[in-house]
Design a binder for this molecule. Structure first.
Ligand code: FES
Length: 262
């Protein structure tokens, strides 16, 4: 049978077409059927490690992972049977529980997530929300060249509030989402030398000045209070480099996720 030939499989009570050689997860996505995933990144070979994408297949005794199992003609697949839902819950319980902090409720949340509405500049509420956490991933900022007052509020006051709240709540690990814009005014030369982590800060925008401040305050809390702070100068995050220019600052989803998770 050729790779492009259609076969027919059943997801829950829905009969769909799939291509020979596809995985169950690929066929599900192609047909708009949701299967939760964690370690799967589109464009990269399947990892098969989180097991969150387990499914049941009629006539098979085990629960294989959808991201690594190829479809077969006539397969009958349950994506949300009581057995696989219970299995996913158990897997999530063994993993991280996430508190998602934002000024608006986050909906929907996965089973291991909880939405907490809090303003980053409200230090008392932030401290309360962080108590009991092992680590914070600090992503809040203005993402555009907004006027100075917005950057001062979110990037400067917000970072002060976040680091103070983390210290007060006893959370000694902070991952800070910085940006390549912090060194964006260094001249770019085709085939020129790479910019390392120790190169002088040369912010290219108001946004970048805010990010440079976050790196600075993180360095102070690490040096003065013994916090473990990781500032990542995030470039263009994507499955693969979009073009030649963004090849130089490309960061894959997997490479971004690894230091955050460990
Ligand atoms: S998505 Fe992690 S094992 Fe399939």
């Amino acid at each position: 049978m050729s790779q492009s030939e259609n076969i027919f499989i059943q997801f829950n009570d829905q009969m769909v077409a799939a291509k020979h050689g596809q995985t169950i997860l690929q066929a599900a996505r192609q047909n708009g059927i949701q299967i939760p995933t964690l370690c799967d990144f589109p464009g990269l070979p399947p990892h098969g490690s989180c097991r969150l994408c387990v499914v049941e297949i009629e006539g098979k005794p085990n629960t294989p992972t959808a991201c690594t199992t190829p479809v077969e003609d006539g397969m009958v697949i349950s994506t949300h049977s009581p057995k696989v839902v219970a299995l996913r819950r158990e897997l999530l319980q063994r993993g991280y529980a996430l508190q998602l902090l934002d000024v608006k409720p986050i909906d929907p949340c996965y089973a291991n997530e909880r939405s907490v509405v809090v303003d980053i500049t409200d230090q008392a509420s932030l401290t309360a929300a962080l108590r009991g956490c092992d680590a914070v991933v600090h992503l809040a900022a203005c993402t555009t060249d907004a006027p100075w007052p917005e950057h001062v509020k979110l990037s400067i006051e917000g970072s002060i509030s976040l680091f103070d709240a983390a210290r007060e709540a006893g959370v000694m690990r902070v991952v800070y989402a910085s940006s390549h814009h912090v060194v964006g005014l260094h001249p770019r030369a085709p085939n020129g030398p790479r910019l390392g982590a120790t190169v002088q800060v040369r912010p290219d925008s108001r946004y970048a000045v805010g990010k440079a401040f976050g790196e600075s305050i993180g360095a102070m809390y690490a040096g003065k209070y013994g916090m473990q702070v990781l500032a990542i100068r995030i470039g263009n995050v994507n499955t693969r480099p979009i073009d030649r220019r963004r090849m130089g600052n490309w960061l894959s989803w997997r490479d971004l996720g690894l230091p955050v998770a460990h």
